[in-house]
Design a protein around this ligand. Structure first.
Ligand code: 4GY
Length: 251
């Protein structure tokens, strides 16, 4: 059993997420519990404010310590992992998702306005960014992170269906096809219809390497290769180099 609690000013933002297919199934099966909590409920301000002007001046407002720290104290246990969503955080990767999915109690903190009072970070275990861009609030980021965590928990999807996922083995996924075997003159590769499991496995590995080499060569830099992968990658590089050379000659 895992619980994800999101501390947010906009708990309704997550309503459609909770009602949607795979996530809904996970929540119904009670393998995961997902709750959105409004940290405005914890403010001691007489006007219910959670923000204030910025010390030293400047435009806009910042989230103040009191409502958020009190909401964190009321909604965390000794084993909770508190994660703040912000563009200043560690970049979200599948590796980070796998690590977070090990925790049974996760508290996600979503900000708004110009951001958080810096002292709030003392109550946070991890600051995560979903990418180098700026959203109006942390909610879409918390939704993205929750989705990636929930699908890894037992029973959400068949485990063999994420073992081959892009990134789970450090490579992009190989090309996949469904019927018909010919569509608009485009054929499914013969090997996939051959029933020859070893040839299919090899073809998939090679095409995974090709896609990664062409689209995300940065993923190959930090990776170690089996001797089979080494050989297939060399073939891919030779084939792609040859294509490039013949393209150049026709320019
Ligand atoms: N990128 N990754 C992100 C974001 C919005 C001002 C703090 C991101 O995670 N969160 O852009 N968040 C900001 C808006 C307050 C959060």
């Amino acid at each position: 059993m895992m619980e994800i609690k999101v501390l947010t000013l906009f708990p309704n933002f997550f309503d459609s997420f909770k009602e949607t297919s795979i996530i809904k199934r996970a929540l119904d099966k009670e393998s995961v519990q997902f709750t959105a909590i409004n940290f405005r409920d914890y403010t001691l301000d007489k006007h219910n404010n959670v923000d204030d002007t910025i010390c030293g001046g400047g435009a806009g407002m910042l989230l103040a310590c009191q409502p958020i720290v009190d909401a964190l104290k009321a909604n965390t246990k000794a084993n909770s992992k508190v994660v703040m969503l912000s563009p200043q955080g560690k970049k979200m990767t599948q590796k980070l998702v796998r690590e977070l999915a090990e925790h049974d109690d996760i508290v996600l903190l979503c900000g708004h306005y110009e951001g958080f009072d810096e002292r709030i970070r003392d109550y946070v275990d991890e600051e995560v960014s979903i990418g180098d861009f700026v959203l109006t609030g942390g909610e879409p980021a918390a939704l993205v992170l929750s989705d990636a965590i929930i699908r890894l928990r037992d029973g959400v999807i068949r485990s063999d269906s994420h073992e081959d996922d892009s990134f789970e083995n450090g490579l992009l996924e190989y090309p996949q096809y469904t019927r018909p075997v010919e569509y608009d003159g485009k054929k499914v590769p013969d090997v996939l219809m051959s029933g020859h499991h070893e040839n299919i496995r090899k073809w998939r590995l090679k095409e995974s390497l090709r896609k990664t080499y062409l689209r995300r060569p940065d993923l190959l830099d930090g990776r170690t290769f089996t001797s089979e992968e080494q050989k297939l990658l060399q073939e891919v590089m030779d084939e792609e180099n040859k294509k490039q050379t013949s393209n150049d000659e026709n320019q």
